[in-house]
Design a binder for this molecule. Structure first.
Ligand code: NAP
Ligand code: MG
Length: 508
């Protein structure tokens, strides 16, 4: 047994400083790969939320932060991107030891995505239409009219454990780009990288602009959503909690964006190049052990190539190497917790009981050197029907459901038969066929011959119960602004204001 020494402790991050929780209590964060203590973190309270909101309020209401010129704000976003690059190793380490994401992914993709996100929004900020002039109106008289886009105010971000650092940036970057201030509540399994991010961002933004309050969703999360001085809530997580947040936000009519669950359909057409479609579909479902909201968990395969495709999928899956996420040779790390592992295993049992055929995986795994970790074999079920529980509910683990179809219209119909609509995909050599399918799929993003290809300049978000609003791209800047219409009359003489006659008619 190894004994942990020098485990890092993280207080709250409020007003540019590390602050103790008013409760003085801490909670443990464990490494899901080893089961060992990774860090101790302050257990925030409602009083701490209030402190953080006051700091964010003050920075918004009483400083020049919101009035900064786009050029200066753009430079700040570039400066944040350089801070992230300079602290890449530490951020990647903190992310890996808490989320179980592999350093291979975090180092080669997440960090680069975050740097690029701040730089992309830095460019967009320079071009953003903060003020638009409208043409002279035909009625009632000559006037100058503008549309101004202004920050919303104090934003609250509530983030999940699966992809914590990047998802936090999807909210922090556009909020800051548009002149808002923010309080972030990271998931309790994975607060470390977000706390570090706040510290390094605060090297280049004034105190109070970014704050982090850690602690439970029910106490800290709900206090943020209810707080009358919070103007906007941006949430990523389960549809169930999203529903709760929407209800709570109604109390103060808060602007709310939600990024929720998914059960994304992936359709292989008969003419697809299987040498790409099969590894691509597995990349779509097993990356990060299936713990991405956009994972392609329902794979639709035509009768004519069904057996060949299943054989190929199983052969490729058997090559995946589970291991410690800190080892660059690891393909798949653990799932986040024992609780999540048990949930996934219970879905696998359900699949068997429902009559699906387990063709590979299905069990937990002991990884040498990580005996206390929460590992599950990449699992494939065939002969799944779309009405089964394993095909309808989000499992959030490495479980692929392969569903047979005989014609494309039937596949599209099943693909859309879900409460979710986050992502979808189609594999074919015929681009015209692809567009025809894409047009019929109900999802916020559709990939043709690929998966997981999110871009910082393109919007991401869900149709149906997968969410409201969009993150990334120019759409995310709109989501952190509100519009003001400004009218300037150009008619100084009362007698020319004939529209006043609508009220003062008898005086004419
Ligand atoms: P979750 O339980 O919904 O939690 C997400 C966040 O909300 C956490 O910070 C959590 O805090 C907090 N929270 C929990 N209960 C709350 C409440 N009553 N009021 C306010 N905040 C509350 O989701 P999760 O278990 O972390 O993540 C997995 C789910 O997220 C999956 O369903 C997945 O599909 C979804 N997801 C969606 C996207 C997307 O972009 N659409 C991305 C990633 C994940 P605690 O950690 O302290 O409980
Ligand atoms: Mg949860």
């Amino acid at each position: 047994m190894t004994v942990n020494v020098d485990v890092q402790s993280f207080p709250l991050f409020i007003n540019g400083k590390w602050e103790h929780s008013s409760s003085q209590e801490m909670f443990d964060v464990f490494n899901p790969a080893t089961g060992q203590l990774a860090a101790r973190v302050a257990k925030g309270t409602e009083a701490d939320v209030d402190r953080a909101v006051q700091a964010a309020r003050l920075a918004f209401d009483q400083t020049e932060w919101k009035n900064m010129r786009p050029k200066d704000r753009s430079n700040i976003l570039y400066a944040i991107s350089y801070q992230i690059a300079a602290h890449a190793e530490e951020l990647a380490y903190l992310e890996a030891i808490s989320s179980g994401g592999t350093v291979r992914r975090i180092g080669n993709s997440d960090i680069l995505q975050m740097v690029d996100l701040f730089q992309t929004l830095a460019k967009f900020t320079l071009e953003y239409p903060f003020s638009e002039t409208l043409p002279v109106p035909p009625f009632p008289g000559p006037a100058h009219n503008f549309i101004w886009r202004e920050p919303i105010g104090v934003c609250a971000a509530i983030t999940p454990w699966n992809y914590p650092m990047v998802i936090a940036c999807w909210k922090i970057a556009p909020a800051l780009a548009m002149g808002n201030t923010i309080v972030v509540k990271p998931a309790s399994y994975t607060p470390l990288s977000t706390l570090k991010l706040a510290e390094i961002i605060s090297n280049v933004v004034p105190p109070g602009v970014i704050n982090v309050v850690t602690g439970s969703g029910v106490e800290v999360g709900e206090a943020l959503v209810r707080h009358p001085k919070v103007d906007k809530v941006a949430f990523t997580g389960s549809t169930e909690v999203g529903r709760r947040i929407m209800g709570l936000a109604a109390g103060t009519i808060k602007n709310t964006t939600l990024e929720l669950g998914g059960k994304s359909p992936n359709i292989i057409l008969e003419d697809a190049d299987l040498s790409i479609a099969l590894p691509g579909s597995l990349f779509g479902v097993f990356l990060h052990s299936g713990q991405f909201c956009e994972s392609g968990t329902r794979l639709f395969v035509p009768d004519s190539i069904y057996d060949q495709a299943v054989q190929g999928l199983v052969a490729l899956t058997s090559k995946l190497k589970l291991g410690n996420p800190l080892d660059t040779k690891t393909d798949m790390g653990p799932v986040i917790s024992k609780k999540q592992k048990d949930t996934i295993l219970s879905y696998i049992e359900t699949g068997k009981q429902e009559g699906a055929t387990l063709v590979c995986g299905g069990k937990e795994v002991q990884v040498p050197g990580c005996e206390e970790g929460h590992f599950i074999e990449p699992t494939i079920f065939t002969n799944v029907t779309n009405d089964m529980k394993i095909a309808q509910e989000e499992i959030f683990g490495p479980v692929l459901c392969v569903i047979r179809y005989s014609n494309v219209e039937e596949a599209i119909c099943m693909a859309n038969d879900t409460i979710y609509g986050l992502a979808a995909g189609v594999w074919t050599r015929d681009v015209n066929k692809a567009y025809d399918v894409v047009r019929k799929l109900q999802a916020g993003v559709v990939w043709i011959n690929d998966w997981h290809m999110l871009r910082n300049d393109a919007p991401f978000g869900g149709y149906k119960q997968s969410g409201i609003g969009r993150e990334m791209g120019k759409h995310s800047l709109d989501a952190y602004t509100q519009v003001k219409h400004v009218h300037t009359s150009m008619v100084p003489e009362l007698e020319r204001r004939n529209w006043y006659g609508i009220l003062f008619g008898q005086n004419e």
